[in-house]
Design a protein around this ligand. Structure first.
Ligand code: ZN
Ligand code: ZN
Length: 180
């Protein structure tokens, strides 16, 4: 979706729309490391306000995603709830001095041609920004056994138990033999 700046009324433009899996896929890499799937459509609510030297977009982007845990490789549901607050600044209004550049880093600024807002691009960026840095089903995910591949969140595997006990069991036996 593209929005023309000269078509935004003074009172602002209010948009509400949904994104399905196919829409999201257009912005995903073919080998998407998140294995991201929508459990329900992305709900997008945005207000676009025109200001003399910038455009401000506020609102929310919400959905439930299915992601693959990087540690145990299990699927889990993840709540996407991103508050949007973006300032769009025309390229030619780029801040010049260093002090202003610092401010730019702190706020979420983006640059555009001053005429057309690529809203789909913005929605996709916000979704990817919201994704966790480490995709884990839980902070305490135990992952997979490196030996047998069992998911240790579900049950402790037997190879784990035997490696833990065997060296000591052997020592105990030797000790018993020596004492005799
Ligand atoms: Zn996990
Ligand atoms: Zn194991």
């Amino acid at each position: 979706m593209r929005v023309r700046v000269d078509e935004i009324p003074e009172s602002g433009r209010f948009l509400h729309f949904h994104w399905g899996q196919n829409r999201l896929k257009q912005y995903m890499q073919p080998d998407d490391p998140f294995a991201m799937e929508l459990v329900r459509p992305v709900n997008v609510d945005l207000e676009i306000h025109k200001r003399p030297d910038h455009i401000r977009i506020i609102g929310s982007i919400e959905s439930i995603l299915r992601l693959t845990c990087h540690r145990c490789l299990d699927d889990f549901q993840w709540l996407l709830r991103e508050q949007v607050d973006v300032f769009l600044v025309e390229d030619k209004n780029l801040p010049q001095d260093e002090e202003k550049e610092l401010e730019v880093d702190e706020l979420e600024y983006e640059f555009f041609d001053g005429e057309i807002i690529e809203l789909d691009q913005l929605v996709a960026e916000q979704i990817f920004l919201a994704l966790p840095y480490k995709v884990l089903c839980s902070e305490s995910c135990k992952g997979l056994c490196q030996n047998c591949g069992a998911n240790l969140n579900q049950a402790a595997c037997s190879c784990r138990r035997s490696t833990k006990t065997s060296p000591f069991a052997g020592l105990e036996q030797m000790k018993e033999q020596l004492v005799r």
